[in-house]
Design a binder for this molecule. Structure first.
Ligand SMILES: [Zn+2]
Ligand SMILES: [Zn+2]
Length: 259
């Protein structure tokens, strides 16, 4: 399992695309799963995966624009490129209506014109499902809008993706012993913005849960500009955990979790 960081930015970042991760599983057939799809996620997705049939599923952590508003453009391009294969959407309750609403607002009539089926998998907090040769488990975090963190597992490799918000007791439990934790950290220091995690909190969480690696994403743009390089050096110095601040386009191989 590999994680490609298409975007690592927050909603308003003018240089970094919104946080969006392409998970690649090289089995037979290979699986391609997109984690979140905000306003600015589609261009790097199109560049990385130009084949309109290649994407299997999209996970939407929550309904803020920097996590879902790229979907109409992804659907438009798939329609324009003649996609035929079913596309799966996975996320919390209400995701079907939300996708319909934003697609209809952006391109009226688009859904009816699609030459492929949209299949929706709704997950509640604490629920698991198995599809595309992967186990998907969700748990709510502590964000301003209902947000589900996701744990994805196959062949012993496990990835945790926070979406937005600090971990709850439930999502912390779900995160245990994952190979790669991808966590939003909106602020670099101790100052916390309500509904978001800080870099020190993410490091504590990753250590407590025994994550092999920690990727910090969604850092507030001024914080990243000011402290990004310093943070990278600081994270490089840790020996007990491989923690890093990915750049867009960076690829990371997900290690086998111990659970
Ligand atoms: Zn949000
Ligand atoms: Zn966000």
């Amino acid at each position: 399992m590999q994680a490609e960081f298409l975007g690592v930015g927050e909603a308003c970042d003018e240089t970094l695309p919104n946080t969006s991760v392409l998970v690649r599983c090289e089995g037979d057939p290979p699986r391609r799963i997109l984690l979140d799809c905000g306003f600015t996620a589609p261009p790097p997705l199109f560049a990385s995966l130009p084949d309109p049939e290649a994407l299997d599923a999209v996970w939407i952590s929550h309904f803020h624009g920097d996590h879902i508003f790229g979907l109409p453009l992804v659907l438009l391009r798939m329609w324009e490129s003649g996609r035929r294969r079913k596309l799966i959407f996975a996320g919390q309750e209400g995701i079907t209506d939300r996708i319909r609403q934003i697609a209809e607002l952006a391109y009226p009539g688009l859904e009816a014109k699609l030459g492929f089926k949209l299949e929706v998998k709704e997950l509640g907090s604490g629920q698991s499902a198995h599809f595309l040769d992967l186990t998907w488990t969700a748990a709510q975090t502590l964000h301003s809008r209902r947000n589900l963190a996701l744990r994805l597992e196959n062949d012993g490799a496990s990835l945790y993706y926070s979406g937005d918000g600090p971990a709850s007791a439930e999502s912390e439990d779900m995160a245990r012993d994952c190979g790669l934790m991808i966590h939003e950290a909106y602020t670099a220091g101790q100052d916390r913005i309500p509904g978001h995690a800080t870099v020190p909190e993410c490091l504590d969480l990753a250590r407590r849960t025994g994550a092999s690696s920690l990727a910090l994403v969604h850092l507030q743009r001024e914080e990243r500009r000011r402290y990004g390089e310093e943070l990278k050096e600081w994270l490089d110095g840790f020996e007990d955990i491989s923690a890093f601040l990915p750049e867009p386009g960076e690829m990371h191989t997900v290690e086998q979790g111990s659970r």
